[in-house]
Design a protein around this ligand. Sequence first.
Ligand SMILES: Cc1cc2nc3c(=O)[nH]c(=O)nc-3n(C[C@H](O)[C@H](O)[C@H](O)COP(=O)(O)OP(=O)(O)OC[C@H]3O[C@@H](n4cnc5c(N)ncnc54)[C@H](O)[C@@H]3O)c2cc1C
Length: 469
Amino acid sequence: MTATPTWASTTSAATQARAIAVVTSQRAGARCRSCASACGSLTRGDYREAVLTPGPVPRSVVVVGAGLAGSQTVAALRAQGFDGHVTVLGAEGLAPYDRPPLSKELLTRSEPAWLRDELGTDLDLADDVRLDEPATALDHDADGVTVQTSPGGSGDPREVRGDVVVLATGSGASRPWPEALTLHAAADAARLRESLVPGARLVVVGAGWIGAEVAGVAAAAGVEVTVVEGALAPLSTALGAEVGALTAAWYEPAGVRLLTSSTVAAVQADHVDLADGTRLEADVVLAAVGARPRSGWIGAALPLEADGSLAVDDRYRVLAPQGPLDRVLAVGDLARRRSARHGWVPGGHWDGALRGPAVAVRALLEPEAPVEDLAPYVFSTQLGHELACYGLPGAADEVVLRGAPAGAGDGFTALWFAPGTDRLTAVLAVDRPRDVAAARKLFAGPTLPTVDRPRAADPATPLRTALLP
Ligand SMILES: Cc1cc2nc3c(=O)[nH]c(=O)nc-3n(C[C@H](O)[C@H](O)[C@H](O)COP(=O)(O)OP(=O)(O)OC[C@H]3O[C@@H](n4cnc5c(N)ncnc54)[C@H](O)[C@@H]3O)c2cc1C
C-alpha cells in the first residue's frame, strides 16, 4: 500500500520537482528585475511540464492579496514544485500591477504596469483566482485556515479553506485629511493625473519617497508645486535629518518650492493652512505622509503590531504568543520580519515584496533548507536623482559621507555605522551605481559587515575593499 504523502514527508519530492522547475524556468529565459536571474516566472504550461513527481503537502494554499507579494508567492509555489491547490483573493478587481511607476511615471503612463508584462508572473498558475473577493476575516486551527470573503464587496459572505494561508494584503496610504488625495492604487493615479495639468497648483504634504517623486514629475510637466514637510529635512523618517538635508538642494533646481519644519494646521481641497498662519492655495492637495499595513480585516485573529503589521520570523511565519504559526505566513508590506543581520525589518518596499515570497515558500516546502536573510533594499528616482539604500539606517547610528556633494547635481554615498563601532548598518548611494553593487555584496553575509571607516569614506577607493575580515 502506498502511503499518502504528508506535509513533513515529501521534502525530497519537493526538492526534485523544484530542481526540474528551475531548469524549465531558465530555459524559458525569464529574468527578474531585482536579481537578474530566473527566479520563478513560469507559465502554466512550463509548470505542467516541469512537475513530474507528486508535489509536496500542504495540499492547498490560500494567498490573500493579489499584488506584488501575492503574485510572487504563487510564482514561487509553482517554481518550487508545489502542485497542490492555490487560491488567490484580491480586492481591487484588477490583475496584479506594479506600484513604483504610479509615482515615477504618473504623467507618462496611463495604463497600470501589469506584473505579467513586467516580471512574467502570471496568476494563471493558481487554480482559483478571485480578484474581486476581499478577505474579511480569518480563523486558524491545528488542521488549517479558514478565510471569510465578501465577493464583490457584497453582503453574501463565502469561505475558503486551505492547509496554509499566505497573507499579502500590503499597505494603504495614510490619509489624515479626507479632502486630500493620496497615491497608492492605479485608481488614485488616474484621479491625480487628471488634475495635474500645466499651471495647476499642487501642494504635496510630506517630503518622503512618494512625495518627492510626485513633486518632481509634476513640476517637470509645468505644474506649480509646493512641498510641505514637518521635519527639518526631506526623507527624515527614512534616512534621518542629516542625510535627508542633502536632498533639499534638489528641489529648487527642479522647480519645486520646499517648506521644511512646517506644520500643517488644516487641509481643504483647495488650500492648506500652516500652523504659522500661511495659507497655500491649491488646485490639488496630495497627502504623502506614509502608509499603514492593510490588516484591519484580520481583527483579533492574529496579534497585530502597533503599526498594524504582522511580526514574522525569518521563515515568514506569523509570530503568536504560543510561537510561530506554521500555517499562517505573511509577506510583503504587511510583514515585519525578524532578520539575524538587521533586527526587525519593516515592510513597505518593493524588493522585499518581490523576493521575500520565494524565501517564505522555500521555508514552507523545505523546512530543513537554510533560510536566506534578505537585506532591506529601497530604490527611488526623484528630482533627477537615482537613490538606492541597502540595510536599515538606525536613528542613533553615526553617519559617514563618502564624498560630500559640493553642488545639487553631485552624487554621494552615505554610510551608517552602529554607534561607536565599525559595523556598517546601511548604505545610501545617490547617482553612484558602483557603490550600489558594492553595498549589495556587503550585506550578503550572515552578520553586519565590519568596514574600515577611512577607506570607506574615500570615494577614490572602491567601497568593497573597505571590508574588514
Ligand atoms: C506610488 C508608489 C510608489 C512606490 N515606489 C517604490 C519605490 O520606488 N521603491 C520601493 O522600494 N518601493 C516602492 N513602493 C512600495 C512598493 O510598491 C510596495 O512595497 C509593494 O507594492 C508591496 O507589495 P505588496 O504585495 O506587499 O502590497 P500591495 O502592492 O499593496 O498589494 C497588496 C494587494 O492586496 C490587496 N488587498 C488588500 N486587502 C485585501 C483583502 N482584505 N483581501 C484581499 N486582497 C486585499 C490590495 O488591493 C493589493 O492589491 C511604492 C509604492 C507606491 C504606492
